[in-house]
Design a protein around this ligand. Structure first.
Ligand SMILES: NC(=O)c1ccc[n+]([C@@H]2O[C@H](COP(=O)([O-])OP(=O)(O)OC[C@H]3O[C@@H](n4cnc5c(N)ncnc54)[C@H](OP(=O)(O)O)[C@@H]3O)[C@@H](O)[C@H]2O)c1
Length: 287
């Protein structure tokens, strides 16, 4: 397929370009400032000039804390820009693949969220991403697929794995333990797993919202221990509470997603989070 990948130098977009290329798709990568998804004519010309079978949008305002103080900018990029994407894709009858987040939920659940669980975002980031989902559903329901992902890490971009490695090394030098939140639950998800899963369902004709995170669940503390242990950094990792580590944007306490639709379709290939993390380590993620 011919794929226009927007946000192609971002954490997920970069791997989409790589994995889609490896799978033999014809890939057209584009990113800011060559495209500004907030600008209708910029999106139209990128889509019309490439006439793709699918537009894959990985561009977003992803700095969750910064969204709290930049509400307008967050909504411009995560919500309003979705109108430009939906209308441009619809104009050519191209499939629109859009990426969303676990932050559309409030995190008050105690069992995994399926695609039809009620949303209730508690942050500006989550509210803006939910509005983006709604705009796409309103304007182009019969031509779009929205994938909610969570706790993303990969070789590119800033992420939890890189932060923990950096802080653990520096704490070890100072003989200080590393404290990590142990009361927020989710599922670490490798960019490459997401790309493989989405590309495996891109031509099946299903539409709407899908959850696509790795299998299993853990806390940030569990994940940090896995990272530090696998890297042999040798720093002490200690559990702490959310209250000990306040953030501008409140983090969901529980954001485990159930990939119910992919499973019902028998198209589910997301691996267990530990298995994926060890594949990441043995391929591109070794320090
Ligand atoms: N990271 C996570 O943990 C996580 C979790 C759940 C869901 N998601 C979702 O997954 C998707 C990908 O996230 P990511 O971590 O790969 O994001 P990322 O690394 O921040 O990449 C976002 C990309 O969007 C580009 N961009 C920014 N403003 C733009 C504009 N006006 N027009 C066009 N492109 C623009 C950025 O370019 P510049 O670098 O030049 O600004 C960057 O290449 C997003 O939809 C995000 O909401 C992420």
């Amino acid at each position: 397929m011919k794929l226009l990948i927007i946000g192609s130098t971002g954490q997920l977009g970069g791997d989409f370009v790589k994995i889609a290329g490896l799978q033999g798709h014809s890939v057209i990568p584009i990113d800011y400032p060559q495209i500004d998804i907030r600008d209708k004519s910029s999106v139209e010309s990128a889509v019309n000039n490439s006439a793709p079978d699918a537009v894959i949008n990985c561009a977003a305002f992803t700095a969750v804390d910064d969204c709290e103080t930049n509400r307008e900018a967050a909504f411009a990029l995560n919500a309003d820009a979705c109108k430009n994407l939906a209308l441009a894709a619809k104009g050519l009858a191209s499939l629109l693949i859009h990426i969303s987040t676990d932050y559309v939920f409030d995190g008050a659940a105690s069992s995994p969220y399926t695609e039809d669980c009620p949303t209730n975002p508690q942050t500006v980031y989550g509210q803006s991403k939910l509005r983006g989902e709604e705009i796409i559903a309103d304007l182009y329901a019969d031509g779009s697929m929205i994938f909610r992902i969570a706790w993303l890490y990969g070789a590119g971009g800033a992420n939890f794995v890189k932060t923990i490695r950096r802080v653990a090394r520096s704490n070890r030098q100072e003989n200080k333990p590393l404290k990590v939140v142990n009361d927020q639950f989710g599922t670490p998800t490798w960019t490459v797993s997401v790309c493989r899963q989405i590309l495996s369902v891109i031509d099946i004709g299903e539409r709407g919202i899908f959850h696509a995170t790795s299998e299993g669940a853990c806390t940030w503390f569990d994940f940090a221990r896995e990272i530090v242990g696998a890297d042999g950094i040798g720093a002490d990792v200690l559990p702490c509470t959310t209250e000990e580590f306040p953030r501008k944007a409140p983090r969901p306490r529980y954001s485990v997603l159930e990939n119910a639709r992919l499973k019902a379709l028998n198209m589910h290939i997301m691996p267990d989070w530990r298995e994926a993390f060890h594949e990441f380590l043995s391929t591109e993620g070794r320090v």
